[in-house]
Design a protein around this ligand. Structure first.
Ligand code: AMP
Ligand code: GLY
Length: 428
């Protein structure tokens, strides 16, 4: 395919996902400037915030950039696509109206219901109806999930296993959010979770490989929720039958919904799915690539991401095919000791990157250069990605290498890509 896109791109964001996106787009032939980026991403511009749209615009004009690709949800929810609408700078990512699929849990649940997308039963409340929610949670014996309606940096969801836990979750919700707010109570589902992420133009979707995140801090899916401690792809048990069920019950009705409601949605669409005994159910939409899923999905993608983005913006997604590389990819997060608590020490020098086997990819999430040294600046410092013919090979390879990179109090979850294979109900 010949590309009509200018090859200089601005990528918004500054985590390991954006490092993986910049790495892939660079391999695809683009020059990528990352705003703000971080200490390990080439062409980072730490002075420019991803949500300071006038500054982003000035940067684009100065460098002749005609395409912006968005990493995280915040610039989308703040309306970056709307801001540049009508200008000659195109943005890959939905408008603010489309971003509401992620930014409002209540709105997205209503959307799922309107369009027959398979999902958990739920009940919607306003903050002045907490007593009703308490009664409902008790009626459901505490087997509920409480979801704050809004972006809460992964901290707005409480998965409860008893009436006491459900009441405590509602107490906490009340404590955390002053003023008027909405929230959902959902029936608690069970089953393995997978991430299905695609590129869509609002009419069609091209799916990347199925992947799996590991959200909890400790091995065995124990401990507090984090932004994600590691990921792998593809997922062996997510075979063609499972994918067909996901398409029929979740992906296709979503696309019909986007068309019926005339969304102008060009970007990544992420389906967070639980494979229950009653079939696949959608837990959430995100309007972006997952993090750390992107760090394994993009190395696994043989096709050009640049061409996929171009085809989407030109209305030619239909003419593209997505090719995956052979084998498996596993990404493990090197986290700061103390993460995900509100506060933990950072600023520690990182050593050993030069010792890594050349086949290992190191995507920086929270690093900066300081007095000629690379130091930690946040919780998820870096993601190391290894490849192998089989999942076990990739796991063994990446863990062998991960020990070489060190900083004070480094923490690595030990079981990424090693969950026991689940037995799925055969009667979906
Ligand atoms: P969400 O942000 O909606 O994806 O929720 C975050 C996490 O909470 C998910 O990855 C699940 O592990 C869990 N979760 C969300 N909804 C449910 C549900 N209805 N039943 C069980 N677990 C859920
Ligand atoms: N890995 C989960 C997310 O990006 O939301």
């Amino acid at each position: 395919m010949t590309s009509s896109l200018p090859k200089t791109i601005v990528l918004l964001g500054g985590g390991a996902r954006e490092h993986a996106m910049a790495w892939k787009l660079t391999r695809d032939g683009a020059t990528v400037h990352v705003l703000p980026g971080n200490g390990g991403i080439p062409n980072s511009h730490p002075d420019i915030s991803a949500t300071d749209f006038p500054a982003v615009q000035a940067f684009c004009e100065q460098h002749g950039v005609k395409l912006i690709v968005v990493g995280p949800e915040a610039p989308l929810a703040a309306g970056v696509t709307d801001y540049f609408a009508g200008s000659d700078i195109r943005v890959f990512g939905p408008s603010r109206a489309g971003a509401v699929l992620e930014s409002s849990k209540v709105w997205s649940k209503d959307f799922m219901r309107r369009h027959g997308v398979a999902t958990a039963l739920s009940w919607q409340y306003r903050s002045d109806k907490l007593a009703d929610a308490r009664a409902k949670a008790t009626e459901l014996n505490g087997q509920v999930v409480v979801k704050y309606d809004g972006l809460a940096a992964g901290k707005g969801v409480y998965v409860c296993s008893s009436i006491e836990e459900a009441q405590a979750a509602l107490d906490d919700l009340q404590l955390q959010h002053t003023g008027w707010f909405s929230f959902l109570l959902e029936e608690k589902l069970s089953g393995p979770e997978i991430s299905i992420i695609g590129v869509t133009d609002g009419n069609r979707v091209r799916l990347l490989a199925p992947s799996q995140d590991h959200k909890q801090l400790l091995a065995g899916d124990q401990g507090p929720n984090t932004g994600g401690m590691g990921a792998y792809c593809p997922v062996p048990f997510c075979d063609d039958n499972v994918l067909a069920a996901i398409r029929t019950s979740i992906v296709d009705p979503t696309l019909r919904g986007l068309q019926n409601e005339q969304f102008d949605f060009k970007g990544f669409l992420y389906f967070g799915i639980m494979l229950t005994d009653q079939g696949p159910k959608l837990l959430e939409y995100n309007v972006r690539l997952g993090d750390p899923e992107a760090e394994v999905l993009l190395p696994a993608l043989e096709s050009s991401l640049l061409e996929l983005i171009e085809a989407t913006l030109d209305g030619k997604l239909q003419q593209t095919v997505v090719r995956q590389r052979r084998g498996c990819y596993v990404g493990v997060v090197l986290a700061s000791g103390g993460y995900p608590a509100a506060q933990f020490p950072t600023g520690f020098p990182i050593t050993g990157l030069d010792q890594l086997h050349p086949s290992i990819l190191a995507f920086h999430g929270a690093t900066k250069q300081q007095n000629g040294e690379l130091v930690t600046t946040g919780g998820r410092v870096m993601v190391l990605v290894g490849h192998g013919e089989e999942l076990e090979d990739a796991v063994a390879h990446v863990y062998r290498e991960a020990g070489k990179v060190t900083f004070q109090d480094v923490y690595i979850r030990t079981d990424i890509g090693q969950r026991p294979e689940p037995t799925l109900a055969a009667n979906w």
